[in-house]
Design a protein around this ligand. Sequence first.
Ligand code: BGC
Ligand code: BGC
Length: 616
Amino acid sequence: MSLFPLPLRPEDQRLVDRLLAQMTLQEKIGQMTQPEKNSVRPGDVARLGLGSVLSGGGGNPDPNTPQSWREMVSALCEEAQGSRLGIPLIYGVDAVHGHNNVVGATIFPHNIGLGATRNPDLVRRIGRATALEVAATGVRWTFAPAVSLPQDIRWGRSYEGYGQDPEVVSPLAVALIEGLRGEAWNDPTSVLPSVKHFVADGGTAYGTSQRVDHATLEVDRTLAIAQMGESLVELVDQGAWQIDQGDSLIDEATLRAVHLPPYQAAIEAGALNVMVSYSAWHGIKLHGHRFLITDVLKGELGFEGFVVSDWAGVDQIHPDDYGRSVIDSINAGVDMVMVPFDAERFIAALRDGVERGEVSVQRIDDAVRRILTAKAALGLFEQPQTDPALLNTVGSEAHRDLAREAVRESLVLLKNGNGTLPLSRTGELLVVGEAADDIGAQCGGWTITWMGGHGATTPGTSILGGLQAELGQDRVHYSADASGEGVFPVAVAVVAEEPYAEGMGDRAELCLSPKQLQMLERARKRCDHLVVVLLSGRPLIVTEPLVGWDAFVAAWLPGTEGRGVAEVLCGRHPFKGRLSFDWPRSQGDLARTPNAQHLWTVGEGLNTGVSGAVSV
Ligand code: BGC
Ligand code: BGC
């Protein structure tokens, strides 16, 4: 049985036809418009006939509780129901590792960790749990899964990809989509996936990003709102905005063989929405790429859902000519535009384009038909609001247990000299590193805020808390900076990358900081066996320090349930994860080229009990 929901039930088909016949041009364009909630005033939804509203990363209500999320979203949905034609609104969020903007939601490992599990059944269950928590807040659309295949880990979005090979990515993307759907698309708890970012977002070349002018450091409105200030200057020095949103200089055969397969798989699984990439392919921005969007995605791959632009991505086609940008993107095949700030400016630009004959009415009708079809497939016309009883599922124990299971399966053991792991359940343990007690660092970017943050940004358990729970409070001795007296049989050191998102996480070099290396030196002197746990969104170059470590675990960005790390370290569960990214040997090997040297390659990962012999 095809899971693809089209052709629609005859009654839905008739509904879409009837609405299209009744809609004015203004109402049609309204359906194609998606502003961010902070730019929407009361009354705008009905007045402009808006088809959708989104929350960007950190686009949270105040207070940030599941209940106030629900109230915020429901108010907008109600307004849409009260508009002339009563077409339901669809609200979108980035629930990319759980409903990650919401304080109290279950935060799952970022995709790089799920890639290491190679477990579609697990990812399907994560999709379902995420859908329940998202639907609880009235939201029926998530901008996930990213099916990016990051080929150069200097990219700040590496962790959003399940892996570097389509064979790893496609089955997990399909599993997430199936989980988000649940029983059927018109089930009131199904959540529409957005498969992103079309296409080859993970194939861009270092140095080709144009997002930030590296000489003047002038920033656009988005970055101004994000208030990066001083840290932007510092990060740009370290390589921020060098590769994200850049140019993919690969040939068509590579684009088709490496980057396209997950889209095909997602469409076969019934995906009804695709998001366009900020990046370019040989200098042509994807947002204006008619060949790739209309000929390949909608034509060859037979995609019948709708295409949404990325946040202000349309504006980048012709930075000095917004009207032309809008016309070119709609003609290229974009159906809904994530505006995000000035909906009326977009609406006016598109209306002008239509009135001047530069965008055909047929193209507008096609876009609106696709949007309404997806809404009908989701059952939004019959049930525009979700069940408030779902609020009980947000951050529920069952979901946290599932997240903990995912954490356990995502850990990749890369070195285990002298059978250091699992830890002995008797004796004293030294735990060091600020990151051992930092839920924010465990979660990484796209958590409560766009960039993520440090500390108890949302409820969860830290790795330290997990070790204390496993071994008993009094046997675990913690020193954040590894200072202090006494030598222990074993020390567990947790080191982490700073949280980041998108191009803000692009880096010229990937290594541990001098401060972290000094901390590890101190730890080394205070133990017989040193276990290093790395929290990171990608491999870091560890070739030299690794020599002094007895055991090394890549824990990625595990999310709120740090106890899962402790359970595996303590041998309650085995190490099972396998790399879904190659682990480069030196700074010269960060891009995945045929000449790059690797310490470990995709598929590697030890099981507990296998001791030692990892040659460096
Ligand atoms: C992000 C949004 C975020 C915003 C910050 C955008 O590029 O994708 O999610 O809220 O910037 O202002
Ligand atoms: C990101 C997308 C995200 C969107 C909405 C953009 O900046 O590239 O991945 O879905 O913002 O937050």
